[in-house]
Design a protein around this ligand. Structure first.
Ligand code: ADP
Length: 483
């Protein structure tokens, strides 16, 4: 394709601008790893300009004080504008990230849904009052927190950007978005979308660039009271340390190593479908991936064999091909890291029962056959470390207690999946698995009203529904004595 911008620029105060010092870095497409465009590499000075524009829009502009109904109308127009460009956004996303096009289309649709959803949430939100009749009236108002800093990862860039943009805008914040440097393309569609929808200049700003430069400058900026971050646990810790200087509000959605517990009495066909989807969809590059499958010993060999068979049938191919189920991983560095884990797993003595190889016909790109390791033990690195690719570990267990202990044996606690025909046990285990979210006999279905996020090394805080609005607003209580 040739119709991508030659340079993906920042968007500051309603204008598309290069970096002040002119710097930019190459962006690779993951099928051949050839640079196909460049992205502006923002530094502290660019971030300062964007924050100043956002601050000015916050202090003098109509956005924070606009009636929520009016803001909701604009949010719905953003959704319309995304839907009108849905096919193009999906095509950009597949080209830039290597996600299969059919899945990228689903992500674009979900992006529009994020705006429609938060338009409804904000209209339904209101202030609270607590009164003691005749003597006291206490009321709580919520005010947008100010300029929000949104830092997002490369795995499903457009969807995750909108997952933060929609509630921040709905709440009346102005903002600076820092997209991931490996996947800046789809964000370049946002300025047109915002302008078409009528978002005033300065409310929405983008600074592109390297995490340690542009991202760090946003975290360190004193006029940005909140950072909402999705990315790696190690980066989250760095951000927390520097955000402490200004006691910033933080929301952190970090890594995971989520367990799928399969008991012998489960509907094994459904559990298998879910296991395949849970690790191989979105190339396995998803924080909630079910990357450790724990199976009761009496069905362990059968389940593992069926999983391997299914993995072997998954169609790995070009991201733009509608038949593709697993595309290319984002970047050669990440590809090398995932391939390293295949070597590590083999070296640790895990039994490779599917995949583990780069398909010959796709050599040169970041491809990997869906990979299944069996007989994985909690001592192995592949059991404990987030791989973020189409690689899954299978481990047997004998008792419910052992299953729960294995599920909880990593430092992560994002998601969990439990499959059993015994509902009492299902609820017991659902409560015992250490995770922010748990799916019982179900798939990765989401209700956007529910709190999304993790515990332990998987994060801090929750987003979704009113939890997002709470994040982007500050409560103020006013006590009034009536007598
Ligand atoms: P992932 O590899 O999943 O993208 P990262 O944590 O590396 O996870 O990156 C997520 C986002 O955080 C990206 O936009 C990246 O540029 C940004 N980032 C990386 N390092 C820092 C940092 N030190 N401070 C702020 N942002 C950062």
């Amino acid at each position: 394709m040739t119709d991508y911008p030659e340079l993906i620029e920042h968007y500051i105060g309603g204008r598309r601008v290069p970096s002040l010092d002119g710097s930019a870095v190459d962006v690779l497409e993951p099928v051949r790893n050839t640079p196909y465009t460049r992205v502006a590499a923002g530094k502290a000075a660019d971030v300062a300009e964007a924050v100043a524009a956002a601050r000015q829009a916050y202090e003098s502009g109509p956005w924070p004080s606009m009636r929520t109904r009016e803001r909701a109308v604009i949010l719905n127009r953003i959704a319309d504008a995304i839907e009108a460009r849905g096919a193009r956004i999906a095509e950009m996303e597949a080209h830039d990230t290597g996600l299969p096009i059919t899945q990228a289309r689903g992500q674009a649709a979900r992006a529009a849904e994020n705006f429609r959803f938060f338009a409804d949430v904000i209209v339904a939100s209101g202030d609270e009052a607590y009164s003691v009749p005749g003597s006291q009236l206490n009321y709580v108002t919520r005010k947008p927190i100010g300029v929000a800093g949104l830092i997002t990862p490369w795995n499903t860039p457009f969807m995750l950007e909108t997952w933060k943009l929609a509630p921040a805008l709905a709440s009346g914040c102005t903002l600076v978005l820092k997209p991931a440097e490996w996947s800046p393309l789809s964000a370049s569609a946002l300025p047109d979308i915002m302008e078409e929808a009528g978002v005033p200049a300065g409310v929405f700003n983008i600074v592109h660039g390297i995490g340690e430069e542009a991202g760090a400058a946003l975290v360190e900026h004193p006029d940005v009271p909140i950072i909402s971050f999705t990315g790696e646990t190690t980066t989250g810790k760095i951000i927390m340390r520097s955000a402490a200087e200004h006691l910033k509000t933080l929301s952190m959605e970090l890594g995971g190593k989520s367990p799928v517990l399969v008991f012998a009495d489960a509907d094994l066909d459904a559990a298998l479908d879910s296991a395949v989807f849970g690790i191989f969809s979105l190339n396995g590059e998803r924080c909630t991936a079910g990357s450790r499958i724990l199976v009761e010993r009496s069905v362990y060999e059968e389940f593992t064999a069926r999983l391997a068979e299914r993995a072997d049938k998954v169609r790995v191919g070009l991201p733009g091909d509608p038949a593709t189920e697993v595309g290319a991983l984002i970047h050669p560095e990440h590809h090398a890291r995932v391939l390293d884990y295949v070597r590590i797993g083999t070296g640790e003595g895990a039994r490779l029962v599917a995949g583990g190889v780069v398909p010959g016909e796709l050599a040169g790109g970041n491809f990997l056959r869906p990979t299944v390791f069996a007989d994985v033990t909690p001592q192995m690195r592949i059991f404990n470390e987030e791989i973020f690719g189409p690689v899954v570990c299978v481990t047997p267990f004998d008792t419910e207690e052992e299953a729960v202990a294995l599920a909880n044996a990593t430092r992560y606690g994002l998601a969990g999946y439990v499959w059993t025909g015994d509902l009492k046990r299902g609820h017991r285990v659902a409560g015992a698995v250490e995770s922010g979210m748990l799916w019982l006999n179900s798939h990765n279905v989401r209700d956007l009203r529910t709190p999304f996020g993790g515990i332990k090394a998987s994060g801090l805080g929750r987003e979704g529904g009113r939890h997002s609005i709470d994040l982007y607003t500050e409560p103020k209580i006013v006590h009034v004595a009536l007598g």
